[in-house]
Ligand binder design. Structure first.
Ligand SMILES: Cc1cc2nc3c(=O)[nH]c(=O)nc-3n(C[C@H](O)[C@H](O)[C@H](O)COP(=O)(O)OP(=O)(O)OC[C@H]3O[C@@H](n4cnc5c(N)ncnc54)[C@H](O)[C@@H]3O)c2cc1C
Length: 308
């Protein structure tokens, strides 16, 4: 994370004033990263991306849900999304967050909500990817992933964050399950004893994780907008003769679309992570933190007095 972006992120992401302001004024900026408010809009955008050659993973925005009814409603929304994607014959998976499914309320409730989605998705072989949240949730996320696999769900995927020092060991311990893994750098603010700091150290950790992931995983999703890592992965896949159906690139909707186009043109599978829904604030703040110029613009608007 760039230092200015990180500063703005830390100042704003915990500020209720900023959240209030953002919901009034920030929607326009956030729109760049979000398909729309409704499932219908998300399905339409998925269709458009499919027509351009991209696969999609749909994310119904939401996290840190504190209310059981809201967690159940979020799960119901995912079940509907799965059905809509399958009915429309779209090339798409879904991605979700466990804290949206009620993890902070009750682990059993969360597991039950995810199970409903996995069951809805299983007949079509549609993958449900569990996003990885901050390090406070790493253990429980991996435990739940393992328990779904033990229940026989093969349509569940996981995420490992290269910045976490533990991730290489996590990958090794997951290897017997032949997991479907998305590798990301990591989007949360983590302390040095848990996470590598600085762009080069995180890149190096990403390369190490990827080097082992080729043989440890059934499928690897290389999720990054970093040209150096994309080239590194493409070259490794070529050298190791990794079959096309064992890896893909993934990028976030609205982030470096020209890069996504160019990777697609090179003949690779590229999946766009497509969020939709009204609960965009936390997601948007993480995207701002990664882009100092946007963060600066947002911060200036906030400080200029329009934030009332
Ligand atoms: C498909 C996908 C799924 C993800 N899932 C998770 C997850 O489950 N858990 C998690 O912790 N993280 C997740 N992330 C986020 C990830 O951890 C990083 O925070 C994010 O991808 C930025 O890192 P980067 O690898 O693109 O490299 P960076 O070094 O941040 O960026 C590489 C290049 O892309 C540009 N760029 C990056 N962000 C932006 C932006 N917002 N706008 C414009 N340009 C930008 C940079 O300027 C730079 O040129 C996901 C990312 C992707 C692509």
């Amino acid at each position: 994370m760039a230092s200015l972006g990180r500063w703005v992120f830390l100042r704003l992401s915990h500020s209720e004033r900023a959240a209030r302001w953002a919901s009034r004024w920030g929607g326009g900026l956030a729109r760049r990263f979000v398909a729309g408010d409704t499932l219908e809009e998300a399905v339409e955008e998925t269709r458009r991306l499919n027509e351009q050659g991209f696969a999609v993973t749909l994310d119904h925005l939401g996290e840190s849900v504190r209310d059981a009814a809201a967690a159940q409603a979020a799960a119901a929304e995912y079940v509907q999304a799965v059905r809509a994607l399958v009915e429309a014959g779209l090339r798409a998976t879904v991605s979700l967050k466990l804290t949206q499914m009620g993890l902070d309320i009750d682990r059993g409730l969360c597991a039950e909500n995810v199970r409903r989605i996995l069951e809805a998705a299983r007949p079509a072989g549609l993958l449900v990817r569990i996003d990885m949240e901050s390090s406070a949730y790493t253990d429980v996320t991996l435990e739940l992933y393992r328990s779904f696999r033990a229940e026989g769900f093969d349509n569940v995927g996981i995420v490992l964050q290269a910045y976490l020092r533990r991730s290489i060991d996590d990958l090794r311990s997951l290897a017997p399950l032949r997991p479907n893994v998305r590798i990301v750098k990591g989007a949360y603010d983590e302390p040095p004893h848990l996470a590598y700091q600085g762009r080069e150290a995180i890149r190096e950790a990403y390369r190490r994780l990827l080097d082992e992931a080729w043989s440890a995983c059934s499928r690897v999703a290389i999720a990054t907008h970093d040209d150096l890592l994309i080239d590194y992965a493409a070259e490794a896949a070529r050298r190791r003769q990794v079959p096309d159906d064992r890896y893909e690139f993934q990028m976030l909707y609205g982030v470096r679309p020209e890069l996504a186009q160019s990777v697609l043109r090179r003949g690779y599978e590229v999946r766009i992570y497509l969020p939709y829904g009204r609960d965009w604030y936390a997601y948007f703040m993480r995207r701002l933190a990664e882009r100092p110029s946007d963060a600066w613009r947002f911060g200036r608007l906030l400080l200029s007095g329009r934030a009332r």
